[in-house]
Design a protein around this ligand. Structure first.
Ligand code: APR
Length: 243
């Protein structure tokens, strides 16, 4: 690294006063967590129908199958270690870290949890499937299967947002405010196809933010980017981001 575009970009990232990061599954790929789409053959949705496993209908039709799938994914997260991109982001104290990811690798890399906005919830949380609001950190060692909600007796499930469900309101409000005020948005490892999350990039761009997209593959977000780095996050972020 060191080509002129990177030197200029390093300067921009260091000078950004209100930077935001918008990340997807690609940020955790180098930690061994499968992405959902993309060319790699172990992408989750290449073998599963997302509607079967990550939707209310799928859960109500086959709760044990869905809980087993999330149990497997939770195990991958527990076994994984943060990669160099997570560590570089954790050091970037100036940035608001908006993520579609449900893993806790950014926090485990040292990021202040108050700076990490999980738009799609957390796989490390359990919550009530009904409306009582019960939620608590999941115990990765506890046997899965259906545990009635301690508050209301309804089914419990992972604390993630499923297709067709709304995003957590407060988190969404914080994310949209950060993107409306951003002077730079660093997009990392997302196919940019899931809404409303992906609309945050457009919001930041429309608010005058400089847009950087880091992804080995071309995506629809490239057309909005001022700089596209077709590289792996773990490869470029440690040198791009301020210490
Ligand atoms: N560094 C950067 N990007 C990478 C890397 C890497 N090492 N490896 C893969 N990628 C890119 C892929 O090229 C792909 O464009 O990461 C992107 C991952 O895209 P998706 O698998 O679609 O994940 P994401 O964009 O986060 O999906 C959004 O869809 O299924 C839902 O709720 C789920 O939050 C998820 C949402």
């Amino acid at each position: 690294m060191g080509e002129p575009v990177h030197r200029e970009l390093i300067g921009r990232l260091a000078a950004a006063r209100r930077p935001v990061v918008f990340s997807g599954a690609g940020l955790s790929a180098e930690s061994g967590i499968p992405t959902f789409r993309g060319r790699v053959d172990h992408a989750l949705w290449s073998r599963h129908d997302p509607q079967q496993l990550a939707s209310i209908e799928g859960f109500e039709r086959a709760p044990e199958l869905v809980l087993e799938w999330y149990d497997w994914r939770r195990g991958l997260v527990v076994e994984a270690t943060p990669n160099s991109a997570h560590v570089a982001l954790a050091r970037w104290q100036q940035a608001t870290l908006i993520t579609q990811n449900v893993d806790d690798l950014q926090e485990r890399a040292g990021a202040d949890p108050d700076r990490v906005l999980h738009l799609h919830g957390s796989i490390m949380q359990d919550r009530c499937h009904a409306t009582c609001g019960w939620s608590m950190p999941a115990d990765p060692d506890s046997p899965r299967g259906w545990h009635p909600c301690p508050e209301c007796g309804a089914r419990t499930r992972p604390g993630v947002v499923w297709f067709g469900e709304g995003l957590p309101e407060e988190t969404w409000a914080l994310a949209t405010r950060a993107c409306s005020n951003a002077d730079l948005i660093l997009v990392i490892g997302t196919s940019g196809v899931v809404q409303p999350a992906a609309s945050l990039v457009e919001l930041a761009a429309a608010s005058g933010a400089y847009v950087v997209n880091v992804n080995p593959e071309a995506t629809p977000l490239d057309s909005m980017a001022d700089t596209c780095l077709h590289s792996a996050a773990g490869e470029v972020l440690p040198e791009l981001l301020p210490d």
